[in-house]
Write a protein that binds this ligand. Structure first.
Ligand code: DSN
Length: 415
């Protein structure tokens, strides 16, 4: 049977697009730090008959009949998440990380309240206070950034900002910060100024679950995450909190900002949490970090600068300016894609270029680690990236490297 033949019988056009995407994923090296390749079990659960069911409400308190299996699966997902993250309460219904964050804001802030969060241009996230996001529209946003010298958080400066602006909420977590986040130090500052602390661990959730990154669950009032990045589950979100906040969090998710939960996605979350509870998950997360370090060292030994001089987690930020001053992140992303290496342009701290151009490139290792790639492959990928950048996107160089990438991809099939 060809892939997607079941769909092809009723819709050849969609089957063709799906088959193309399967081929694209098989034949490319995926370095987008927020993406991953889920297991067949997660994929199958996400595409299961649970998609047919409405289940507004929570287990035991639904607004529809026929929800017995919905209750069982949601309870299972919640129990597994609680075991994985050792949290007091969890809500697995948020459709996305932004929804998870929004539920926290609506539960514990009033319009006009002050939020202290990481600047998007320094690695933050749009749901942490971007001007035209709901956060920027509803709340008074004050940003912290990284220090110009170290390109890491300057806790003294963050404390100073907190004391000056007296935020009601401090948000930690990032989408492009390659270093360890000291969540406990942020909680200390929050307590000093009477703020709540929300840690958005979307990027590093897998590392946290595996005990390879400091854990915000014991120290932050709220911990939000997506489930599809290092955690390697279906596309979706989740909120963890202390028991005292449980009722309000649940009511802000439903009916506050969402209607019917995506029960097929919750089933897939349960599968992913089950996978994350296995000892092999810790090894996988460790290899993600090892691979990120190896990729980073490979780039550095080719003369390419990375922001803050390295990485402690699953990602790194390439600063193109010193080694390739005329190459923008946009051009680099485009050349690499022609060679089947998928990345995303990214602002670097204090970037002089616009967000649509950028001087940086964000690279992450969760997806290629899932495929089984290890340090030797990282060395090779770093060499390819360097060669393409140095060639200024030369078509012959790109063509030759594309051949090498295809060969490497053959050796590491998708799950
Ligand atoms: N858009 C995601 C990322 O790529 O980091 C964050 O939500």
């Amino acid at each position: 049977m060809r892939p997607f033949d079941e769909i092809r019988e009723s819709d050849a056009a969609v089957a063709e697009i799906l088959a193309e995407e399967q081929l694209r994923q098989q034949n490319t090296i995926e370095l987008i730090a927020s993406e991953n390749h889920v297991s067949c079990a997660v994929l199958r659960a996400a595409g299961s008959i649970f998609t047919n069911k409405y289940a507004e409400g929570y287990p035991g308190r639904r607004y529809y009949g026929g929800c017995a299996n919905m209750d069982t699966i949601e309870d299972l997902a919640r129990e597994r998440a609680k075991k994985l993250f050792k949290c007091e309460h969890v809500n697995v219904q948020p459709h996305s990380g932004s929804q998870a964050n929004t539920a926290v804001y609506l539960g514990f802030l009033q319009p006009g309240d002050t939020i202290l969060s990481l600047d998007l241009a320094h690695g933050g996230h749009l749901s942490h206070g971007m001007k035209i996001n709901i956060t920027g529209l509803l709340y008074n946003i004050v940003h912290y950034g990284v220090s110009k010298e170290t390109e890491t958080f300057d806790m003294a400066e963050i404390r100073r900002l907190a004391k000056e602006h007296k935020p009601k909420l401090i948000i930690t977590g990032a989408s492009a910060y390659p270093r360890t986040i000291d969540f406990a130090a942020f909680t200390e500052i929050a307590q000093e100024v009477g703020a709540l602390h929300m840690a958005d661990i979307a990027h590093i959730a897998g590392l946290v679950a595996a005990g390879l990154h400091p854990d915000p669950v014991p120290v932050a009032e709220f911990v939000t995450t997506t489930t599809h990045k290092t955690l390697r589950g279906p596309r979706g979100g989740m909120i963890m909190c202390k028991a005292d906040y449980a009722k309000k969090i649940d009511s802000r998710v439903f009916p506050g900002i969402q209607g019917g939960p995506l029960m097929h996605v919750i089933a897939a979350k349960a599968v992913a949490f089950g996978e994350a509870l296995k000892p092999s998950f810790k090894k996988y997360q460790q290899q993600i970090i090892t691979n990120a370090k190896a990729l980073c060292e490979g780039l550095q030994s080719a003369g390419i600068r990375t922001v803050s001089g390295g990485t402690d987690n699953h990602l790194m930020l390439v600063d193109l300016r010193p080694s390739h001053p005329n190459v923008t992140g946009k051009a680099a992303e485009n050349w690499l894609e022609q060679a089947n290496i998928i990345t995303n342009k990214n602002m670097i701290p204090f970037d002089e270029r616009k967000p649509v151009e950028t001087s940086g490139l964000r690279l992450g290792t969760p997806a290629i680690t899932t495929r089984g790639m290890k340090e030797p492959e990282m060395k090779q990928i770093a060499a390819w990236i360097s060669e393409i950048l140095t060639s200024n996107g030369d078509a012959d160089v790109i063509g030759r490297i594309r051949g090498g990438v295809l060969e490497m991809c053959q050796q590491f099939p998708l799950p």
